[in-house]
Design a protein. Sequence first.
Length: 416
Amino acid sequence: MLLLHSIKELIGIEEDGRLLLRGKEMSEVQTIREAFLLIEGDKITDYGKMTAERFSALKARIPAKDQIDAAGKLVMPAFCDSHTHLVYPASREIEYIDKIKGLSYEEIAKRGGGILNSARRMQEVSEDELYQSALERLDEITKMGTGAVEIKSGYGLTTESELKMLRVIKRLKANSPLEIKSSFLGAHAVPMEYRGRQSDYVDLVINEMIPMVAAEDLADYIDVFCDKGFFTVEDTDRILNAGMKYGLQPKIHANELDYSGGIQVGVKYNAISVDHLEFTGDAEIEALLNSDTMPTILPGAAFFLNMVYAPARKMINAGLPVAMASDFNPGSSPSGNMQLILSMASILYRLTPEEGLNACTLNSAYAMGISDIAGSITIGKLANLLITNPMDSLAYMPYYYGVNKVNQMIIKGKLQ
Ligand code: NIG
Ligand code: FE
């Protein structure tokens, strides 16, 4: 048992059992001032005002060592980071310099840099090395407020290396305190040796990789980079269709580089989320409005690559839900700091602090299929909690950007 008391403000309470928030609902954030919260095992079992009668009984009964005084601090749900590539073999700061000098993401990719560069390095690194470096990154993001994370393969691009990445994610699931989901992203880029015969690579993904991934139960979702210069709508259609036969729900990269048709094909296959969305127009918004797919924006990638920003405001005003995630990866977003994403949500996308919080907690939990167990302060959900440094209001979180404002993290009921 763990009792948090004297909480200045308990933020992000969801009592109506909603699994996502759409449009205007995104600006709703329920809070309680001068609150307590009780954890039993790995779950939230009670919360309320300190003036409640049952609080004094709890305070008297629970040993002092199991109580946390959160005076002056805010307590909110830990971030859910629903899109990362944090299992990777090496950083890529050389390309970063090329980018500063003016090369575009697509130009770097054409020269065999980018994802293919990571795929080359992936062949050389052992499963243990991959595992250790990823574990360190998980530790890093936990300290910055993340309590659940989705991780993709996609730097393998051979059957063996894709399986290696997914096995590493499986080990992370077993050993990390974080709640982890995995996505198979064999169709992340076309390997050099398949240039000019892309459909042969798609065949490999469909006929060899997907069955092996499914046989070892290595993935929760299937991902495709459906965009200009990468995989076409037809490729994506074939891959998602094949994945569905093995029970793999889509969760795809779409419309980062162009109006690629990725959003529509994702919706067609009932994707749990479509991610990036820089190129989202009226037709895409219409398709999403008639779906259960979570539109997910990745501010870190658009910022780092200096690209156009997805029309988040327009999407929310149209009644859509929006999630935000870090896209933590060595090429287009070398940061897993969700506090920075929260700041970008308001600075770059004009989301209010409340909308930003919902985008990074309940809606991003939905985008990784865990909003029934995480993403809000709700009785029965996992006790994945972020305790802030002393501060006056939620708005201070995105406002005072660039430093870590996490004081303590609780993951699955345990103080980290
Ligand atoms: O989400 N857009 C495609 N894939 C990654 C980039 C990965 C890389 O450059 O290594 C992304 O941004
Ligand atoms: Fe990505």
